[in-house]
Each structure stands twice: as structure tokens, then as C-alpha cells.
Design a protein around this ligand. Structure first.
Ligand SMILES: [Zn+2]
Length: 109
């Protein structure tokens, strides 16, 4: 192991012998996304085909925008947004199980 402050090889020591910096903690396990995920293919297809009704927004747990899509479905704008969202979702890398994370603060999945 190397000191993250000065780069000295400190082996298994708890503190760096040359600068006293605490040794870095054991490598943390890869951070799993703990929030909500949706099936990428299902989300993409729903968004493209019936995105104008906001179904994919409900599917992703975004009720507020889902209701807005539903209210404004007659304007065709939600359909356009759904198409874009579907394409974006389908191009997102999944987690290996076909799921993509739904991140808070991001409009698109
Ligand atoms: Zn050091």
C-alpha cells in the first residue's frame, strides 16, 4: 500500500512512516446503486410507444411529471419527450441485469 499523501510505500503499516498520514482504508467494495432502477428495454419501449401518456414516468416513480404528461398529452409534446427519453434510456449502459438507475435530480433516466 502507498501513502496517499506522499506516495511512500508503507506496506501494512497503519500510518505512513515518513509523513504520518493515516494509511488508506481497505478498498471499498464497488458502490452499488441503491436507488430505484427500471428495466431499460421496458422503459425505452414504453416511453417511445406510449410516452405521450407519461406511463414511463409513472414506471420510474416520477408521478408528478407523469401526471403532467397525462394532462398535456393532447399537445403531443409529451409524445416527443417520451420518444427522446426512450432513445436516451436505450442508449444508457445498464447494470448487467438490463436495469438502469433512476437518479434524483436528473430529468432523464
Ligand atoms: Zn506519507
Amino acid at each position: 500500500m502507498y501513502c496517499k499523501k506522499c506516495g511512500t510505500d508503507i506496506g501494512d503499516a497503519k500510518f505512513c512512516p515518513s509523513c504520518g498520514e493515516k494509511a488508506p482504508a481497505e478498498v471499498a467494495p464497488k458502490q452499488e446503486f441503491s436507488g430505484k432502477t427500471v428495466n431499460k428495454i421496458a422503459y425505452g419501449i414504453i416511453a417511445i410507444l406510449i410516452g405521450g401518456l407519461g406511463i414511463h414516468r409513472f414506471y420510474a416513480g416520477r408521478w408528478l411529471s407523469g401526471i403532467m404528461y397525462l394532462l398535456f398529452c393532447w399537445t403531443c409534446i409529451p409524445s416527443l419527450l417520451g420518444l427522446i427519453e426512450g432513445i436516451i434510456a436505450l442508449t444508457r449502459p445498464d447494470d448487467g441485469y438490463g436495469n438502469i438507475p433512476v437518479r434524483d435530480g436528473e430529468y432523464f433516466v
